[in-house]
Design a protein around this ligand. Structure first.
Ligand code: G3P
Ligand code: CA
Length: 327
């Protein structure tokens, strides 16, 4: 069964090749959807489109985890952006991947006398004095390390969805509460997208205990587990919506097991178009890439090939898809 999105005017449907038309449903956890609508291991979330998530923003095109990278993702057609968040020593959530600011900022020049350049050892004021763009390309000189609040403002203004990775939460005690407070203060992030659109917000981490705590604080928000959950433990995280492992070594058996357990799966980080298509053929629901533009092309290639295969099979869904979209 393959999914082909059809847009007629302002209303979206998903037609399942070989099956009927699924009308929009309220957003449900995959395990809930199993009883509400038929969901198979091959297609656990038939309503949602495939997603090419822009990793750390479009970090192949602009400095990672900056507003410029988020804006580049929007310009390149991404629908969803992934960023990493940590807490400063005075408790402000900021975007940063590494524990230390050394690789992606000029902090050693700006603060030559500090003993530590770790996010958790620096105040927001100290971090606001550095720039995080010129290491990537001089054209980005002056790009600040954004606060989560700045990033959310930009994402909202561009109507982009968010995968928020909580980096090393054990070194940032209380980060779950801080993030819940920030996100809950904005109605936008508490509202779910319709079930035929990509998820608006997924909070995820390699620290699964932290995610369980976060889910308790924000029950309406989707959460994800980064890394490969052992197959015999897939039943232990019913509160989670996703299992997002490294793409290397991923097998169709594992993808199927994840789907059967009721989760979506979006592996990271893939920049080669052929590999993206291979993963889509394994049945993943999306993937994370530094190049969301390449990711969109891979999805189009995969869906085009699927469409062609269905047309050769004389699939009735193709007749529906051939109808022109209304204005
Ligand atoms: O989306 C998951 C991916 O971002 C995890 O790896 O190291 O890039 O944060 P990393
Ligand atoms: Ca990340």
């Amino acid at each position: 069964m393959r999914r082909i999105a059809i847009v007629v005017g302002a209303v979206s449907f998903t037609v399942m090749a070989g099956g009927g038309t699924a009308l929009a449903e309220p957003s449900l956890h995959p395990s809930e959807r199993i009883s509400a609508s038929p969901v198979s291991a091959e297609n656990p979330s038939p309503e949602r489109p495939l997603v090419a998530v822009a990793h750390r923003g479009a970090s192949g095109h602009a400095p990672e985890n900056t507003l410029a990278a988020i804006e580049a993702a929007g310009r390149l057609g991404a629908e969803t952006v992934e960023v990493d968040v940590q807490l400063t020593s005075d408790g402000e959530p900021v975007l940063m991947h590494d524990t230390s600011l050394e690789r992606t900022t000029d902090i050693e020049e700006v603060h030559p006398d500090l003993d530590s350049y770790d996010v958790g050892d620096l105040t927001l004021e100290q971090i606001e004095q550095v720039e995080a763009g010129s290491w990537f390309d001089p054209v980005f000189e002056g790009e600040p390390v954004p606060t989560l609040s700045d990033a959310l403002d930009t994402l909202e203004s561009l109507d982009l969805n968010l995968f928020l990775e909580v980096k090393d939460p054990e070194t940032h005690p209380g980060i779950e509460e801080t993030l819940a407070e920030e996100l809950s203060s904005r109605d936008h992030w508490m509202e779910q997208n319709p079930a035929w659109e990509p998820r608006r917000l997924v909070v995820e981490s390699f620290d699964w205990d932290s995610m369980e705590e976060s889910k308790d604080l924000m029950p309406s928000v989707s959460h994800g587990l980064l890394g490969e959950v052992p197959e015999d433990e897939l039943g232990d995280y019913e509160w989670s919506h996703m299992v997002n492992p490294n793409h290397e070594g991923l097998t169709s058996d594992y993808v199927e097991a994840v789907h059967e357990a009721g989760y979506e799966i979006m592996p990271y980080t893939i920049n080669d178009q052929d590999r993206m298509v291979e993963l889509l053929e394994l049945g993943v629901d999306g993937f994370v890439t530094d190049y969301p533009d390449v990711g969109q092309e891979a999805i189009a290639e995969f869906e085009g090939a699927a469409h062609q295969a269905d047309a050769q099979d004389g699939d009735p869904a193709d007749e529906l898809e051939a109808e022109p979209a209304a204005d």
